[in-house]
Design a protein around this ligand. Structure first.
Ligand code: HEC
Length: 167
């Protein structure tokens, strides 16, 4: 009983804390944010260069993994919309205070050019989202160049092999 009581109190405390403020501490390195959110979602946009989102979804392999089993739930333009939103919103995560790069240096959120690169990502992601809602394939293929540019511009300065996350 006592254990349940303690557990209940802990749970209610968590609920109160959650209601007051969302978590503000970053969990992973910037590289992990890139690999988990920016990389897979930009690839979904780049896929539109070779595959029309209106095309029928690929059949799901029988007896596959959970990811494979559910891969046909969100497809087509809806998936492209979601990926665009992920890119636009990921700028908030990139700009979060207190995050480190993989080499232990702080993410340079105070640098004006870094801030501009993050804003450019919001802009291109937002444009891609609008295009995906209109289901305009030509415009989508066109905007993928801008998306690639938004990644590349920041990487040229801040993702050099030797001295990452410095100007
Ligand atoms: C505002 C700057 C900025 C933007 C915009 C940006 N990146 Fe990055 N990216 C970085 C930095 C800095 C690193 C190195 C992070 C580290 O070492 O922790 C990085 C690392 C990465 C990595 C990890 C590479 C590795 O070491 O495995 C991938 C993948 C990546 N970015 C993909 C993308 C994609 C795709 C986009 C565009 C959709 C993008 N990034 C946009 C700054 C940026």
């Amino acid at each position: 009983m006592r254990v349940f009581g303690v557990l209940f109190v802990m749970l209610s405390m968590t609920a109160v804390a959650t209601a007051q403020a969302p978590a503000r501490e970053p969990v992973g390195s910037l590289a992990l944010v890139m690999r988990s959110i920016l990389f897979p979602n930009s690839n979904i946009l780049f896929d539109t260069q070779s595959r029309d989102p209106d095309a029928p979804p690929e059949p799901t392999a029988a007896g596959g993994t959970v990811s494979a089993t559910f891969s046909s739930i969100y497809t087509g333009w809806g998936l492209v919309e979601a990926a665009s939103v992920a890119l636009a919103e990921s700028a908030q995560l990139i700009m979060m205070e207190g995050r480190l790069c993989e080499n232990g240096l702080p993410v340079p959120v105070g640098n004006a050019d870094f801030q501009q690169f993050a804003r450019d990502l919001v802009d291109t992601g937002t444009k891609a989202y609008e295009i995906a809602q209109r289901q305009d394939l030509d415009a989508m293929v066109e905007i993928t160049n801008e998306v690639a540019g938004a990644c590349e511009n920041c990487h040229t300065v801040y993702r050099r092999y030797e001295d990452r996350c410095t100007q």
